[in-house]
Design a binder for this molecule. Sequence first.
Ligand code: ZN
Length: 176
Amino acid sequence: MAVREILKLGNPNLRQRAKDYCSELIGSDIFFQIVTDLRDSLHQSGGIGLAAPQIDIPFRILVIEITNTSTRYGEIQPLPFEVFVNPVISVIDQKKQGFWEGCLSVPGMMGYVERPKKIKVDYLNETGEDKSAFFEDFLATVFQHELDHLDGTLYVDRIADPKLFAFEEEYRRFHV
Ligand code: ZN
């Protein structure tokens, strides 16, 4: 178990573009360590997604896991733990949808962000297989939020209306 510190807004390492992960290293001890650290850190924090740069690993790897479907985002569909290596997004439905997002790197805050409603993701999984997945609705937002981390982008950059950026408590009080 290796729970790592999650970098917070203001740390310049969160703003770097992460490098492609060498697919030949999938299955190595180093890769297993990265995935274990991501999983342990995600579980410790109670989040639903974590990108490697958030624990100071500068590669294009992210994990998503939704077990508790009753969250601060309302009722959402479950997603078993999945590792995405070098993910590439194609937008399937440009229509925008908005959700209030939070981020482990911006603790205590929520912000309203609009993103495309349906996407396709091509990636390598934990065992190095080529995979594709379609995500829509809230999961599309979750995935795009995590992928942004690989490009040094945070959801706060995408809040169109600064009035829709709030402390979690105020979000629950005034915006739900
Ligand atoms: Zn985040």
